[in-house]
Design a protein around this ligand. Structure first.
Ligand code: PMP
Length: 355
């Protein structure tokens, strides 16, 4: 059944339909090791003014898993990590514009709030009120998986373009992988324009130990992380090239980018993250993705039933699924998910106690 495929027992790893918390709780609710780590840390103290050992340990674990991260900083959300990565790119390049892929979700900072809605829209349409004209003017939209268009757009705006941010596998439209040629085109075009390439792996680190970037020959200048690295506690992180991250160091003569934050690297979060990430061996990742495949297989079988109209477009190497009746490779082809059906399925899962 979907239930068995989706959640199994309480301690099972999660293959999620689309619940928000499942995206951070890769080991499911109340994992015993995570709970124990949180209890132990609570006994020691929940907030300190200085960096703590678990912060260093989690940073070491993540930089070892993702070699492109020469330096890493923790935040309290993916949103903050993305916003700071974009600011670092501006500081490093001295340029102001940012390109993102159409329909991609990178959190809710001002610049990330352009072209997010999953409804087909004019490219560049803001997905929020309250944005300034300057913010809108700073954002450039690239169609996902269109290498030729990406090259053209990056070259056209190169003089002003600080960074291109992209998910190597676009999670919001159903974990749709970027074609290698697309990411290679981004890398080449960015190099040609002194523009930084940023991978948003806030969601996709759940796919493989080194994130989705481990599958490509493209090395990003910076990456953003979040979700599972906090083991269900509020978290984000961003990092990358040491020379870019140096923008956060206080230097004589130039103001650093300030990165305060009362709860950055909070020890409770760091302990939950460590207790989670330490359990995520390559075999566990494989098992989680297999569960996704079981779920997708079951959904495809149901699709054959009269009155049903869904399949999954998600990558085989993911624990996600997307309800759609056609192949999805781009944001535009992802349109037309059966929303009513998704809602029903979502409610059914809630009624079955799957949250
Ligand atoms: N980037 C991506 C790809 C995300 O999926 C999300 C959250 N869903 C974010 C950034 C923002 O993370 P947060 O919700 O922690 O602010």
């Amino acid at each position: 059944t979907a239930r068995a495929a989706c959640c199994g027992t309480r301690t099972a790893t999660s293959a999620s339909i689309s619940t928000t918390n499942a995206t951070s709780l890769i080991l499911g609710h109340r994992d015993p090791q995570v709970t124990a780590a949180l209890q132990a840390q609570a006994e020691k103290g929940t907030a300190f003014a200085n960096p703590t050992e678990p912060e260093v340990e989690l940073a070491s674990l993540l930089t070892a898993a993702l070699p492109s991260l020469q330096r890493l900083r923790f935040t309290n959300s993916g949103t903050e990590g993305v916003a700071l990565a974009l600011r670092a790119a501006r500081a490093f390049t001295g340029k102001s514009k940012i390109a993102k892929t159409e329909g991609a979700y990178h959190g809710t900072s001002d610049h990330a709030s352009i072209s997010v809605t999953l409804r087909v829209s004019e490219a560049g349409m803001p997905s929020s009120q309250g944005l300034t004209a300057k913010t809108l003017d700073d954002m450039i939209i690239i169609p996902f998986n269109d290498a030729a268009a990406a090259r053209r757009i990056i070259e056209q705006h190169g003089d002003d373009l600080a960074a291109v941010i992209v998910e190597p596998v676009m999670a919001g439209i159903g974990y749709v992988p970027a074609e290698a040629a697309f990411l290679e085109a981004l890398r080449e075009a960015c190099d040609g324009q002194r523009t930084l390439l940023i991978f948003d792996e806030v969601q996709t680190l759940r796919m493989a130990p080194g994130g989705a970037q481990q599958w490509y020959d493209v090395v990003p200048d910076m990456s953003c992380l979040g979700k599972i690295i906090g083991g269900g506690m509020p978290v984000g992180a961003f990092g990358g090239r040491a020379d870019v991250m140096a923008a956060f160091d206080a230097t004589e003569g130039a103001p650093a980018i300030p990165h305060g934050g009362t709860f950055n690297g909070n020890p409770m979060t760091m302990q939950a993250g460590l207790a989670t990430m330490r359990q995520l061996t390559p075999e566990v990742y494989e098992r989680i993705n297999e569960r996704g495949e079981t779920l997708r297989h079951q959904l495809r079988k149901w699709r054959a039933a009269p009155g049903c109209r869904f399949a999954s477009a998600a990558s085989r190497r993911s624990s996600a699924c997307k309800l759609t009746d056609r192949p999805v490779t781009t944001y535009r082809s992802a349109q037309g998910q059966d929303e009513a059906l998704r809602q029903k399925l979502f409610l059914h899962l809630l009624n079955e106690g799957i949250t």
